[in-house]
Design a binder for this molecule. Structure first.
Ligand code: FES
Length: 181
Protein backbone atom coordinates (compact mmCIF):
# COMPACT_ATOMS: atom_id res chain seq x y z
CA UNK A 1 0.00 0.00 0.00
CA UNK A 2 1.37 3.40 -0.95
CA UNK A 3 2.00 6.05 1.73
CA UNK A 4 -0.82 8.12 0.39
CA UNK A 5 -3.23 5.21 0.71
CA UNK A 6 -2.02 4.44 4.24
CA UNK A 7 -2.78 7.98 5.34
CA UNK A 8 -6.26 7.73 3.78
CA UNK A 9 -6.87 4.46 5.61
CA UNK A 10 -5.75 6.02 8.92
CA UNK A 11 -8.09 8.95 8.37
CA UNK A 12 -10.92 6.56 7.75
CA UNK A 13 -10.16 4.61 10.98
CA UNK A 14 -8.94 1.39 9.42
CA UNK A 15 -5.60 1.47 11.29
CA UNK A 16 -5.07 2.74 14.84
CA UNK A 17 -3.15 6.00 14.89
CA UNK A 18 0.22 5.59 16.69
CA UNK A 19 0.98 8.64 18.80
CA UNK A 20 3.74 8.97 21.36
CA UNK A 21 1.70 10.08 24.30
CA UNK A 22 2.84 10.33 27.91
CA UNK A 23 0.58 8.57 30.32
CA UNK A 24 -0.74 10.41 33.36
CA UNK A 25 1.36 8.17 35.60
CA UNK A 26 4.55 8.99 33.68
CA UNK A 27 3.77 12.69 33.75
CA UNK A 28 3.25 12.59 37.52
CA UNK A 29 6.40 10.61 38.21
CA UNK A 30 8.54 12.91 36.02
CA UNK A 31 7.10 16.01 37.64
CA UNK A 32 7.42 14.75 41.19
CA UNK A 33 10.91 13.33 40.53
CA UNK A 34 12.10 16.65 39.08
CA UNK A 35 10.63 18.66 41.95
CA UNK A 36 12.17 16.28 44.50
CA UNK A 37 15.60 16.50 42.90
CA UNK A 38 15.40 20.30 42.81
CA UNK A 39 14.43 20.51 46.49
CA UNK A 40 17.09 17.97 47.47
CA UNK A 41 19.80 19.95 45.68
CA UNK A 42 18.57 23.09 47.43
CA UNK A 43 19.20 21.45 50.80
CA UNK A 44 22.37 19.52 50.01
CA UNK A 45 24.39 22.24 48.22
CA UNK A 46 24.44 24.68 51.20
CA UNK A 47 25.31 21.79 53.55
CA UNK A 48 28.19 20.73 51.32
CA UNK A 49 29.43 24.30 51.09
CA UNK A 50 29.24 24.65 54.88
CA UNK A 51 31.22 21.43 55.35
CA UNK A 52 33.88 21.96 52.70
CA UNK A 53 34.34 25.72 52.39
CA UNK A 54 36.43 26.34 55.56
CA UNK A 55 38.81 23.56 54.56
CA UNK A 56 39.40 25.23 51.21
CA UNK A 57 40.22 28.61 52.73
CA UNK A 58 43.94 29.45 52.63
CA UNK A 59 45.75 28.98 55.95
CA UNK A 60 46.31 32.24 57.75
CA UNK A 61 49.70 32.86 59.33
CA UNK A 62 49.64 33.04 63.13
CA UNK A 63 49.40 36.59 64.44
CA UNK A 64 52.16 38.01 66.64
CA UNK A 65 51.38 37.69 70.34
CA UNK A 66 52.99 39.93 72.96
CA UNK A 67 54.42 37.66 75.67
CA UNK A 68 56.90 39.36 78.01
CA UNK A 69 59.27 42.29 78.47
CA UNK A 70 62.55 41.57 76.70
CA UNK A 71 64.49 42.81 79.77
CA UNK A 72 63.20 39.83 81.77
CA UNK A 73 64.74 37.24 79.47
CA UNK A 74 67.96 35.63 80.67
CA UNK A 75 70.16 32.77 79.51
CA UNK A 76 68.14 30.41 81.70
CA UNK A 77 65.09 29.20 79.72
CA UNK A 78 61.85 30.26 81.36
CA UNK A 79 58.33 29.10 80.61
CA UNK A 80 55.74 31.66 79.48
CA UNK A 81 52.08 31.02 78.71
CA UNK A 82 50.14 33.00 76.11
CA UNK A 83 46.83 32.74 74.29
CA UNK A 84 46.29 32.68 70.54
CA UNK A 85 43.15 33.12 68.50
CA UNK A 86 42.84 29.98 66.39
CA UNK A 87 40.53 29.29 63.47
CA UNK A 88 40.46 25.63 62.52
CA UNK A 89 37.98 25.24 59.69
CA UNK A 90 34.67 26.35 61.19
CA UNK A 91 35.88 26.06 64.81
CA UNK A 92 37.29 29.12 66.58
CA UNK A 93 39.12 28.88 69.90
CA UNK A 94 41.66 30.59 72.16
CA UNK A 95 44.00 27.88 73.37
CA UNK A 96 46.74 28.65 75.85
CA UNK A 97 50.19 27.85 74.51
CA UNK A 98 53.57 27.69 76.17
CA UNK A 99 56.99 28.84 75.06
CA UNK A 100 60.34 28.44 76.77
CA UNK A 101 62.18 31.69 76.09
CA UNK A 102 65.84 32.40 76.66
CA UNK A 103 68.78 34.18 75.06
CA UNK A 104 72.05 32.82 73.80
CA UNK A 105 75.55 34.10 74.62
CA UNK A 106 75.27 36.71 71.86
CA UNK A 107 72.07 38.06 73.40
CA UNK A 108 69.72 36.67 70.70
CA UNK A 109 66.34 35.83 72.20
CA UNK A 110 64.58 32.67 70.99
CA UNK A 111 61.50 30.66 71.97
CA UNK A 112 61.06 26.89 71.89
CA UNK A 113 57.91 24.82 72.01
CA UNK A 114 57.92 22.29 74.88
CA UNK A 115 56.16 19.51 72.95
CA UNK A 116 58.51 16.54 72.90
CA UNK A 117 59.35 15.37 69.39
CA UNK A 118 59.18 11.73 70.43
CA UNK A 119 55.49 11.22 71.20
CA UNK A 120 54.27 14.66 72.24
CA UNK A 121 54.62 14.86 76.04
CA UNK A 122 55.74 18.16 77.57
CA UNK A 123 59.40 18.79 78.32
CA UNK A 124 60.75 20.90 81.19
CA UNK A 125 64.01 22.75 81.62
CA UNK A 126 66.05 20.93 84.27
CA UNK A 127 63.24 18.39 84.52
CA UNK A 128 65.66 15.69 85.66
CA UNK A 129 68.63 16.00 88.06
CA UNK A 130 70.37 13.50 85.81
CA UNK A 131 70.40 15.89 82.85
CA UNK A 132 71.39 19.26 84.24
CA UNK A 133 70.83 22.36 82.09
CA UNK A 134 68.82 20.42 79.55
CA UNK A 135 65.19 20.01 78.61
CA UNK A 136 63.90 16.67 79.85
CA UNK A 137 60.81 14.69 78.89
CA UNK A 138 59.37 12.56 81.75
CA UNK A 139 57.56 10.13 79.43
CA UNK A 140 60.44 8.18 77.89
CA UNK A 141 63.50 10.16 78.89
CA UNK A 142 64.21 12.30 75.83
CA UNK A 143 66.49 15.22 76.57
CA UNK A 144 67.53 18.29 74.63
CA UNK A 145 70.09 21.10 74.79
CA UNK A 146 69.13 24.72 75.51
CA UNK A 147 68.89 25.23 71.73
CA UNK A 148 66.43 22.35 71.51
CA UNK A 149 68.82 19.82 69.92
CA UNK A 150 67.77 16.25 70.68
CA UNK A 151 70.37 14.26 72.64
CA UNK A 152 68.43 11.00 73.03
CA UNK A 153 65.16 9.22 72.17
CA UNK A 154 63.49 12.02 70.17
CA UNK A 155 64.13 11.99 66.41
CA UNK A 156 64.14 15.78 65.96
CA UNK A 157 64.88 19.04 67.78
CA UNK A 158 62.19 21.02 69.62
CA UNK A 159 60.15 23.29 67.37
CA UNK A 160 60.83 27.01 67.46
CA UNK A 161 58.49 30.01 67.40
CA UNK A 162 59.11 32.98 65.15
CA UNK A 163 60.06 35.80 67.49
CA UNK A 164 60.50 39.56 67.32
CA UNK A 165 61.32 42.24 69.87
CA UNK A 166 59.38 45.46 69.48
CA UNK A 167 59.21 48.44 71.87
CA UNK A 168 60.94 46.38 74.53
CA UNK A 169 58.54 43.41 74.35
CA UNK A 170 58.98 39.89 73.05
CA UNK A 171 56.37 38.76 70.52
CA UNK A 172 56.00 35.17 69.33
CA UNK A 173 54.40 34.11 66.07
CA UNK A 174 54.25 31.07 63.82
CA UNK A 175 55.58 27.77 65.16
CA UNK A 176 57.98 25.97 62.84
CA UNK A 177 61.07 23.78 62.65
CA UNK A 178 64.05 24.58 64.84
CA UNK A 179 66.44 26.94 63.00
CA UNK A 180 69.15 26.92 65.65
CA UNK A 181 70.42 23.34 65.36
S1 FES B 1 57.18 11.63 74.52
FE1 FES B 1 58.99 12.53 75.23
S2 FES B 1 60.32 10.90 75.37
FE2 FES B 1 58.55 10.00 74.60
Amino acid sequence: MSEHKKQDAQHQGEFPVRRREMSRRQFLSYTLGGAGAFMGAGMIVPMLRFAVDPVLQPKVEAAWVKVVEAAKITEVPTSFKFKVHQVDGWYESEPELEAWISKDKEGNIFALNPTCKHLGCTVNWNGSPEFKDQYYCPCHGAHYTADGKSLAVAPAPLDQYDLKVENGFVYVGQLGPNKRV
